[in-house]
Design a protein around this ligand. Structure first.
Ligand SMILES: [Zn+2]
Length: 115
């Protein structure tokens, strides 16, 4: 059973990675993608520019599902239900000063851990 869980996690990460790459490709100004994981399993993503401004539409999706869950359709993925949020930087990643500035602008605070 434990192994199944690991496999699922890996599958999810791969799908998330594929989404991130797609968003970066479609957003010439993007230096990274904001990834927000919600407690219901849905995710929110949006490209971010070097100025910390949105560089794409906000995309919401749910793994292995046609659409996001009812909760998210109601509250649009309220920040109250966020379990993890971080920025996935595109390569080459911006300098750590820029990363800190963008993190602060996007999340309002420096993250406890960055990628
Ligand atoms: Zn949801």
């Amino acid at each position: 059973m434990a192994n199944e869980h690991v496999e699922n996690e890996r599958e999810l990460e791969m799908r998330e990675q594929a989404m991130i790459e797609g968003i970066i490709e479609g957003s010439p100004d993007a230096v990274g993608v904001v990834v927000i994981r919600l407690d219901c399993g849905c995710r929110k993503m949006a490209a971010v520019s070097e100025d910390g401004e949105p560089a794409s539409k906000i995309i919401m999706y749910r793994d292995f599902a046609e659409s996001i869950c009812e909760k998210c359709q109601d509250d649009q993925g309220s920040y109250l239900r966020v379990v993890k949020q971080f920025i996935h930087w595109s390569e080459p990643a911006p300098s750590s000063d820029i990363q800190t500035r963008i993190n602060t602008k996007v999340f309002g605070t420096s993250p406890e851990s960055t990628h």
